[in-house]
Design a protein. Sequence first.
Length: 138
Amino acid sequence: MKSYQKELWFEIPVRRGMVNITPEVEACLVESGISEGLLLCNAMHITASVFINDDEPGLHHDYEVWLEKLAPHAPVNHYRHNSSEDNADAHLKRQIMGREVVVAVTQGKLHFGTWEQIFYGEFDGRRPKRVLVKIIGE
């Protein structure tokens, strides 16, 4: 069995954003030379997320609205965590959207369902953050 690992870096210039990282992850798979196995992709920061869904702008807008209703950024003094920071909502949004995805690798391709893509979700941007891609298989 082979193992491959790479860190991808992202810096979103605003507080929140969603980026389709499928091309970067697919490039890692090609680089790995693995044709059958499993791919793990996870955010290496507690205010960012990796998730799978459709790459459709209306859905991305709906996520933003929904997440802001569930964990509003303001007023920041409603969160105990914000006594020293202003990103408590980002931690909660990350918890909702998830830390990682695992995708089957079949015949050298990501084995997705219809419309599935991998996204990096940023909830407290404006600084570089890592995403780990780990692939194991044959």
